[in-house]
Write a protein that binds this ligand. Structure first.
Ligand code: ZN
Length: 197
């Protein structure tokens, strides 16, 4: 369940508390590991540093510990995606990144996990996102499951359709308000394909 207040106005410690409460706690060892990764994440977010290459990969690996869905392409399920969308805080594979780029930056702002630099603001945007956030939301919007794991042959058309829905637009706008520190709440907007511009 996502919070309805502007996360940006919260101190990093509170932000981390939200992550920690969302993290899996199935055993002591796992809990300890989660706490360690949270500490590393807090350090990265508080340090006002731009991350690049191996440092950026390390940061995203820490985020994936709280949202393992980040390790699979949000669009087709391919393993270890290395492209990301700042618009949704999500991760996808090379193939799907091509489709995201074709949608335009107003629909999906695409960056490479390991070949682009990530400033603090961008790190915070990604920390508030995660693949499961978008997938869970689109489920609440009753978007057909086919759109969650799109077969390669159908990818271009269906991914374009998926991100041209009122549901995806509502999620993107919510993430934008979060990034600007504006109050926001996320209510399901029922699945409906809009005509691509
Ligand atoms: Zn993919």
């Amino acid at each position: 369940m996502r919070t309805t207040v502007g996360l940006r106005s919260l101190p990093i410690a509170s932000l981390l508390q939200i992550f920690t409460s969302a993290a899996p706690h199935s055993g002591d060892a796992e809990l300890q590991e989660t706490q360690l990764s949270m500490a590393a994440l807090a350090q990265a977010l508080a340090s006002e540093t731009t991350l690049y290459g191996a440092e950026a990969v390390k940061f995203f690996n820490e985020l994936a510990k709280t949202d393992p869905a980040n390790k699979l392409c949000v669009d087709c399920g391919a393993h270890n995606p290395i492209w990301a969308s700042l618009s949704y805080g999500t991760y996808f594979c090379l193939e799907c990144s091509g489709v995201h780029r074709s949608l335009g930056v107003h629909i999906s702002f695409v960056r490479s996990v390991n070949m682009d630099s990530w400033n603090t603001e961008q790190q915070q945007k990604m920390a508030r996102g995660g693949n499961s956030g978008l997938v869970d939301y689109l489920r609440q919007c009753q978007m057909p499951e086919a759109y969650h794991r799109i077969p390669e042959s159908e990818a271009r058309r269906q991914i374009a359709e998926k991100y041209h829905t009122e549901s995806a637009t509502a999620y993107r706008e919510h993430m934008g308000r979060l990034a600007r520190g504006e109050p926001t709440s996320l209510v399901p907007v029922m699945f409906e394909v809009k005509t691509a511009p």
